[in-house]
Write a protein that binds this ligand. Structure first.
Ligand code: ADP
Ligand code: ASP
Ligand code: MG
Length: 417
């Protein structure tokens, strides 16, 4: 780690829409060239061209709904390989010494948790040796790594953000710039309301919550890593001209003068609510239910247990809608094994989660009441509620999701600074 460098280093990450066509790759490469002219060496992390990863996920699901996750990773990691090579070629055409690296060539060592792997080690000797020889840009395929078993892994959707932050930490970069299709982080997704307001700064803790509650502008894990390693993390547009203060800086809470209770609204569209009807209410029942779900790779989010009646209860939980089949399979197998009995398993696959987030909630009372009032004024029924210190989430019918986000954005006056 941290060998002495001749040049200061920047990490620049370009997301899918920013490398969607050869023309856009050229535009991104020009931004890299500008930083080289400013005196930086650059590690450029690239995503797959827009739509490519989705296409491959679709192919995998079509061929094998209960796929071998190692092969899933082999397939879906490939989009980044293409972009990395194309970006290196584009830079070379511009006369900039550049080469590409796939994850295994670095080698980026990760855990073996296919589809959601975590970094173990990013050695920097290999890339630094090339910088020492005069290379100016190391183009690295985002989203992927290699396990100790020698299999290709991926980091979960949106994982190139995490590759970028991890490289910024491992190479002690001056900053990590995430170039995307919006010009920064907003009070909510600007696609949902034109009133969304761009933030100049946001606290790590808030961004962490927004990301984990669905704001896909940054992958959750990237924010975690930036917070842990003190990486200067900035989100900005690859479509606009940017000055030094462009975009949004994700920073420590102390650096923010905050007065509002709520700073942002997040949503997660593709949720599902499952209810086990009439399970026995006895010690160990929760473990018996959620153990097999975890083993089946179901990411359970909200959990509600009803009051008990004659020794039986209903257990409700939410998970991503594309994991419902896995969840149903796990529950039916548990029933067949005789782990526990239930009368029925009811899936509601038309729900979405909407959340309000703000570090100001620690000191403001009544945020939940205000949230529920705003939803009730729109006659939106709340199905499940969860809270933590700086967020409140509700599960609602998916058809009201946009309306709920807009109503909450208005209710907390987020359009005003
Ligand atoms: P990339 O392909 O560059 O990684 P993503 O699609 O993953 O881009 O993330 C950018 C998108 O995140 C934006 O187009 C926007 O619709 C969405 N988004 C969701 N919440 C927010 C938010 N609070 N601020 C900005 N963008 C948001
Ligand atoms: N291409 C991957 C995805 O679409 C990783 C990324 O873009 O960050 O999830
Ligand atoms: Mg992304």
């Amino acid at each position: 780690m941290g060998t002495a460098r001749a040049m200061p280093l920047l990490v620049m990450k370009f997301g899918g829409t920013s490398v969607a066509t050869p023309d856009r790759i050229k535009r991104a490469a020009k931004r890299v060239a500008r930083e080289i002219a400013n005196g930086y060496d650059v590690i450029c992390i690239v995503s797959a061209m827009a739509g490519e990863t989705n296409k491959m996920v679709g192919y995998v699901n079509e061929i094998a709904p209960f796929y071998d996750a190692r092969e899933y990773d082999a397939v879906v990691s490939s989009g980044e390989n293409v972009t990395a090579g194309l970006m290196a070629l584009t830079l070379q055409e511009m006369g900039i010494p550049a080469r590409s690296w796939q994850g295994w060539q670095v080698p980026i060592l990760t855990t073996s948790a296919h589809g959601s792997a975590r970094f173990i080690d990013i050695p920097n000797d290999n890339i630094n040796a090339k910088f020492a020889e005069g290379m100016k840009v190391a183009v690295v395929a985002g989203f992927q790594g290699v396990s100790k078993e020698g299999r290709i892994t991926t980091l979960g959707r949106g994982g190139s953000d995490t590759t970028a932050v991890a490289f910024a930490a491992a190479f002690n970069a001056e900053r990590c710039d995430i170039y995307t299709d919006v010009d920064g982080i907003y009070t909510t997704d600007p696609r949902i309301t034109a009133k969304a307001r761009k933030l100049d700064k946001i606290a790590f803790e808030e961004m962490l919550e927004l990301a984990s509650l669905g704001a896909k502008v940054l992958q959750t894990r990237s924010v975690e890593l930036a917070m842990r390693y003190g990486v200067r993390l900035r989100v900005l547009s690859s479509f606009e001209d940017n000055n030094e203060n462009a975009g949004t800086l994700v920073c420590a809470e102390e650096d923010i003068v905050e007065s509002k209770a709520v700073s942002g609204v997040a949503y997660s569209r593709d949720e599902a609510k499952l209810t086990l009807i009439k399970v026995e209410d006895r010690p160990g029942i929760a473990a018996a239910i959620f153990g097999p779900l975890a083993e089946a790779g179901v990411n359970v989010d909200m959990i509600v247990q009803n009051i008990s009646e004659e020794g039986h209860t209903d257990m409700t939980f939410s998970c991503p809608v594309d994991q419902v089949k896995r969840a149903e399979k796990a529950m039916n197998e548990a029933k067949t094994r005789g782990d526990f009995a239930f009368e029925d398993l009811v899936a509601d696959t038309d729900v979405a989660k909407v959340s309000v987030v703000g570090i100001g909630m620690r000191s403001h009372a009544g945020v939940a009441a205000q949230m529920f009032k705003a939803l009730s004024a729109e006659r939106i029924n709340i199905k499940v509620i969860t809270t933590s210190e700086i967020k409140i989430s509700v599960l609602i019918d998916r058809k009201y999701m946009e309306l709920a986000v807009q109503a909450l954005h208005d209710a907390f006056a987020l359009e005003k600074a």
